[in-house]
Design a protein around this ligand. Structure first.
Ligand SMILES: Cc1cc2nc3c(=O)[nH]c(=O)nc-3n(C[C@H](O)[C@H](O)[C@H](O)COP(=O)(O)OP(=O)(O)OC[C@H]3O[C@@H](n4cnc5c(N)ncnc54)[C@H](O)[C@@H]3O)c2cc1C
Length: 384
C-alpha cells in the first residue's frame, strides 16, 4: 500500500525516473512531472557504474540492463592494462535507458508536457504550477530538473556555470563500420598532451560511443546537441593512433559539448522542497558519475522517506542533505581532479597513464559505495 505522503518529482530524466522507481519499491506515493511532450533522448552513451547498477539491480532491473547495456569491466589505457572496478556496471544508450526506466513505472506515474514554473510552499503542502495552466499539490517536492533547474530558482538559489576551458566532441558510430570494434569490450582511453579520446561500446556492442576532449578558447555552448564540425575534430587528432583516426573518419555527425563546472550550492532544501541530480550537484563528466550520483540520490531519499509522515519530512531532508552533500562533493572534487589530469600538458603521455592508474586505485570508494546502506545507517544513528 502506498504511504499517505504525497511526493512530486519535477523532471523525468535519469534522476527523476530512477527516484520514482526507488520510491515505488518502498511503497511511497509518487508523481513525476516532465516538461517534454514526448520522452526523447539524444544519441549518446551514458555510464551506469557499479555504485548505481547495484541499486537498479535491487529494484529488479538487472535483466533489462543486461539486454540494453554493454558490461563495463575496467578501463583500457594505451598500456593495454585493465583496471578492475569490482562489481558490474553498464554502458548504455541514453534513449534505451530512459525507455527502460519509463516502462518499469506503472502507467500514470509520469505526466508529460508539464513544465513547472512556480512552487508555493505553505505550512502543510507545496503547490506546483505548470506552464500549461495545470497545478498540483504535494507534501514534498523534489527538483530533478537538471542544470537549469526551476526548482532550484524557486528555493532562492542560482548556480553559475564557469567554463573548464575545454569542450568535448561526442558521437555514436555503428560498430560494424570499425573492423576492430568487436574487440572493444571495455572503455578505451587515449591520453595525449592537452587532449583525451574515449571510446566505449553501448547497446550491447552495436554502437560505439565517442567522447573527445579538446582545449577550447571560446565558451562553447553548454549544450548536449549543438552540431560540431567533423573536419575540425579530425584536425584536433591529426597524427593520433589509427583507431582514433578510423573512428573520426566513420562518423556521420558530431556534437559539441562545452564543459562547465559549478560551485557547490550553499543548501539544497527548504522544509518541503529539495533538489537531486544535476539540479543539486552538477559535475564535470570526467569520472562518468553524473547519472550514478543522481541514482544514488533517489535511492537515498527512498530509504529516508519510507514510512515517514508529512510531519517528519523536514528532518529527513536534513539527513538527506548531510549525507549526499558530503558524498557528491567528494565525487565532484574527484571529477575536477581527473579533468585536470586529462588535460594536463605532459610531454610523456605514459606518465598520465601511470597517474590515472593510481587515481583509479584510489577512486574505489566511488564504485563501492552503497547509498541505501549509508541511508539506513544514518537512520539507525538517529534512533529511527
Ligand atoms: C549527452 C550527455 C552525456 C552524458 N554522459 C554521462 C556519462 O557518461 N556518465 C554519467 O554519469 N553522466 C553523464 N551525463 C550526465 C548525466 O546524464 C546527468 O548527470 C544525469 O542524468 C542526472 O541528470 P538529472 O536527471 O539530474 O537531470 P537531466 O538528465 O538533465 O534531466 C532533467 C529532466 O528534467 C526536465 N525538466 C527540466 N526543467 C523542467 C521543468 N521546469 N519542469 C519539468 N521538467 C523539467 C528535463 O526535460 C529533463 O528530462 C551525460 C549527460 C548528457 C546530456
Amino acid at each position: 500500500m502506498p504511504s499517505s505522503l504525497r511526493i512530486a518529482i519535477v523532471g523525468g530524466g535519469i534522476g527523476g525516473l530512477t527516484a520514482a522507481l526507488a520510491f515505488r519499491a518502498r511503497g511511497l506515493d509518487v508523481a513525476v512531472f516532465e516538461q517534454a511532450e514526448v520522452l526523447r533522448e539524444i544519441g549518446a552513451g551514458v555510464s551506469i557504474q557499479p555504485n548505481a547498477a547495484r541499486l537498479l539491480r535491487r529494484v529488479g532491473l538487472e535483466d533489462q540492463l543486461q539486454k540494453i547495456g554493454s558490461p563495463i569491466g575496467g578501463i583500457v589505457l594505451r598500456t593495454s592494462q585493465a583496471f578492475s572496478r569490482g562489481d558490474q556496471g553498464y554502458n548504455v544508450h541514453r534513449a534505451d535507458f530512459l525507455n527502460l526506466l519509463f516502462d518499469a513505472l506503472p502507467r500514470g506515474t509520469v505526466t508529460l508536457g508539464h513544465r513547472c514554473i512556480q512552487l508555493k510552499e505553505e505550512a502543510d503542502r507545496v503547490r506546483l504550477s505548470f506552464a500549461n495552466g495545470a497545478s498540483a499539490e504535494a507534501d514534498l517536492v523534489i527538483g530533478a530538473d537538471g542544470i537549469r533547474s526551476a526548482v532550484q530558482r524557486e528555493i532562492g538559489l542560482q548556480s553559475r556555470p564557469s567554463s573548464e576551458g575545454i569542450m568535448a566532441y561526442r558521437g555514436l558510430i555503428p560498430a560494424d563500420r570499425l573492423s576492430w570494434a568487436g574487440d572493444l569490450k571495455d572503455p578505451a582511453l587515449w591520453l595525449g598532451s592537452g587532449r583525451s579520446f574515449l571510446l566505449y561500446p553501448v547497446a550491447r556492442g552495436r554502437l560505439i560511443n565517442m567522447v573527445a576532449f579538446v582545449p577550447s578558447d571560446t565558451d562553447s555552448e553548454e549544450s548536449w546537441s549543438a552540431p560540431g564540425d567533423l573536419k575540425a575534430l579530425a584536425a584536433e587528432y591529426a597524427g593520433w593512433d589509427k583507431p582514433v583516426q578510423d573512428t573520426i573518419n566513420s562518423l556521420d555527425e558530431t556534437f559539441r559539448w562545452g564543459i562547465y563546472d559549478r560551485a557547490p550550492l550553499p543548501y539544497w532544501s527548504t522544509r518541503r522542497i529539495t533538489l537531486m541530480g544535476d539540479a543539486a550537484h552538477p559535475m564535470v563528466p570526467h569520472v562518468g558519475q553524473g547519472a550514478g550520483q543522481s541514482i544514488e540520490d533517489g535511492f537515498t531519499l527512498a530509504v529516508l522517506l519510507e514510512g515517514c509522515s508529512a510531519y517528519d519530512v523536514a528532518d529527513r531532508l536534513k539527513v538527506y542533505e548531510a549525507l549526499r552533500r558530503e558524498r557528491t562533493g567528494n565525487v565532484q572534487a574527484l571529477a575536477r581532479a581527473a579533468g585536470k589530469l586529462y588535460r594536463s600538458e605532459l610531454d610523456d603521455p605514459s606518465e598520465k597513464a601511470v597517474r590515472l592508474r593510481e587515481w583509479v586505485a584510489q577512486g574505489k570508494w566511488v564504485f563501492e559505495h552503497d547509498a541505501e546502506k549509508a541511508a539506513a545507517d544514518a537512520l539507525v544513528d538517529l534512533g529511527c
